[in-house]
Design a protein around this ligand. Structure first.
Ligand code: ADP
Ligand code: MG
Length: 628
């Protein structure tokens, strides 16, 4: 009996998109072709981003934590996201406003949150939230969540993004990518399927407001402007309602009463999103409250807040140099955009209704799930992660230029081959110098390694056919092989192209190449021309020495003069003079060349030849054989 080596996995892999929100977090995945939010076993789609820690330092997360707000108020931690990857200086005002103690961290540069004498770094608290989200999803689906895309606000800087990544790792999640919340929202609406477009994402959450303008070109979103208010959101709507509810009554200033009022206000607010009026009845100590709040009264109270958000919309459009009519689509994100007044005002401002077809508090997670599924192929986890080469790869050619075999952003695994030949007669070895980067000259590129292909049988320059192959496997490992086709001699090396390079260095290298693009191009052309010119000179001298019978004295003088002119032009390093002098020399040797051409089979063509010359006398001109 045969025992299979590998049983096809029984557990489902959840390749997740996680919206780690300031107020609420949620998890989605692409299942059977559609993006969907994963509700937990109790049917809850949202996990409150809340951690509650008691005196024994026992932490509970989410809804359970919410319930302990009054039991353990000192350890009740909300809006942790505001402190992710920030130093105390960065968040001074927010730290003062927080209902818990934020201190300068002793463990890192980052601020910490002190609870009952113990310090917690924001990213470990966020990790607790992510672990809860992960646990709920795994239980609901009966699978494993190992990999996820996590979203962050567009304005998050490197350290905030890094902190988010770390939080994921601490929660046992392999973070496939950190993406911007507005980009995720645009993905959820499939706006990436359009050819091009300008989109505005309006995100009004619990305690924060963000508005971003995205530009789509060739399937890639770019945030071109973003602004917002870190102290404006649904909480402010709740506060406005607390005022309305407690109008005319004297409520004692007790934390329990304040909390009860806030809870009543939030449910009244949600009711007013779908009803014209709502009745609030409650008893706080001796005080009895019985208020009916109408939608117009509520809207009058929140109108100044909504107008504030529109001022930010105007500002961000201005930043992007756009008018409202330039925006193709407006997307509503965040639970607070369920408020009818918000939608109406956006429609009035843009002259067209915003997208609200998807639940605004779920779109970010849905978009993240779509991104995760794109990154992993089909989302089953069995497929190879689609990745690209971050920088171009090539080899050095005679004269110091670089011939690229693989261009930047080519998806891997990939194989590329190109043919080269020798520069001089009887060259028995060639040096292969593997280079990485976007610039043109070897000296400006990153050297990945060198190896020598030896044992080439002595042949005339241009005759050996050296086939160079670059192969990058799915893990990004590059193998370079060089083979001389007529003799079958072969050599190779393995290199790790991205080893030791940070994302930042990669970006710098690309930027540098754009900056130097023109001068580099010229340098490369000149280097190739010089190499070609030198070969032409060598070839002409050789021909004159070996076949004096073909060169009468007047022609010899003419050729010598042309050689002198080309030498001077090469020394000048200028493109046009070299080209002109080469033309003159070629013309003067034309008759000789013609005769020789009929005699010798090796037709010489201008171009590249591989590596430097090893162990032979330079005697003939360079040539290049291009193999399929
Ligand atoms: P965040 O992105 O800040 O984590 P969300 O997008 O989940 O937050 O938005 C939470 C806010 O949305 C809360 O203030 C909540 O009261 C509000 N909200 C949720 N549902 C509604 C509704 N039906 N009408 C008005 N506001 C709502
Ligand atoms: Mg949000």
């Amino acid at each position: 009996m045969q025992i299979p080596l590998k049983v096809k996995g029984q557990t489902v892999e959840i390749v997740a998109g996680i919206d780690l929100g300031t107020t609420n977090s949620l998890c989605a995945w692409v299942h059977e072709g559609t993006a969907q939010v994963i509700a937990d076993r109790e049917g809850r789609r949202i996990t409150p981003s809340v951690v509650n820690i008691d005196e024994q330092h026992h932490a509970v997360v989410g809804d359970e934590a919410q319930e302990r707000a009054l039991v353990s108020p000192e350890g009740h931690l909300t809006s942790i996201k505001r402190f992710m990857g920030r130093s105390l200086e960065d968040v001074y005002d927010e730290a003062k406003a927080a209902p818990y103690t934020v201190v300068a961290g002793t463990r890192t540069e980052q601020c910490s949150i002190r609870v009952y004498g113990k310090e917690y770094v924001p990213e470990e608290l966020s990790a607790m939230i992510l672990a809860e989200v992960k646990k709920r999803a795994e239980r609901a689906v009966g699978g494993r969540l190992r990999r996820a895309v996590i979203t962050v606000p567009a304005y998050f800087d490197d350290s905030q993004r890094q902190a988010t990544r770390n939080a994921g790792r601490m929660a046992g999640i392999d973070v496939l990518r950190i993406i911007n919340e507005p980009t995720a929202a645009a993905l959820a609406y499939g706006l990436n399927h359009k050819k091009a477009g300008t989109f505005l994402v309006y995100d009004l959450g619990g305690g924060t407001f963000d508005v971003s303008v995205l530009k789509l070109t060739e399937g890639v979103f770019k945030v071109i402007a973003t602004t917002g208010n870190t102290a404006l959101g649904g909480d402010d709507f709740d506060r406005a309602l607390v005022e309305l509810i407690s109008e005319g009554v004297q409520v004692e200033q007790k934390p329990q009463y304040r909390a009860a009022l806030k809870i009543a206000a939030e449910s009244a607010k949600k009711a007013l999103s779908s009803q014209d009026a709502t009745r609030v009845q409650m008893q706080l100590g001796d005080v009895v409250i019985d208020q009916t709040i109408t939608r117009p009264a509520y809207e009058a109270a929140i109108a100044p807040l909504v107008h504030k958000t529109l001022a930010s919309v105007e500002f961000v459009l201005d930043e992007a140099g756009l008018d409202p009519e330039d925006v193709n689509d407006v997307v509503c994100v965040g639970g607070s955009t369920r408020t009818p007044l918000v939608r109406q005002e956006l429609e009035r401002f843009f002259g067209k209704p915003p997208h609200t077809e998807l639940n605004p508090d779920e779109v970010v997670a849905l978009g993240a799930a779509i991104q995760a599924s794109i990154l992993t192929g089909d989302g089953t986890g069995d497929t190879v992660l689609l990745d690209v080469t971050p920088l171009s790869l090539g080899i050095e050619t005679y004269g110091g230029g670089c011939t690229k075999l693989l261009w930047r952003n080519t998806p891997v695994p990939v194989r590329a081959t190109e043919g080269f030949t020798t520069h001089v007669d009887d060259q028995t070895a060639v040096a292969i110098h593997v280079l990485q980067g976007e610039r043109e000259m070897a000296a400006d590129l990153r050297s990945l390694g060198r190896f020598v292909l030896r044992g080439i049988p002595p042949m005339k320059a241009g005759m050996p056919r050296v086939l160079v192959e670059f192969f990058i496997d799915a893990d990004g490992l590059l193998k370079v092989t060089a083979k001389e086709m007529t003799s079958g001699t072969e050599a190779s090396i393995d290199v790790q192209p991205t080893y030791g390079l940070t994302d930042e260095q990669v970006e710098d290298m690309i930027f540098e190449s754009i900056e130097h693009a023109e001068e580099d191009m010229i340098a490369h052309i000149v280097a190739d021309l010089k190499a070609e010119g030198e070969s032409v000179i060598r070839y002409s001298r050789k021909a004159m020495a070996e076949r004096a019978d073909l060169v009468p004295p007047p022609l010899r003088v003419q050729i010598e003069a042309a050689i002198g002119g080309l030498e001077a032009a090469i020394a000048s390093g200028e493109k046009e003079p070299i080209e002109a002098a080469m033309l003159v020399l070629n013309e003067s040797t034309a008759t000789v060349a013609e005769t020789l051409m009929n005699e010798v089979l090796s037709v010489t063509v201008a171009g590249r030849s591989v590596g430097e010359v090893i162990g032979t006398e330079p005697r003939t001109r360079a040539s290049d054989i291009q193999l399929g």
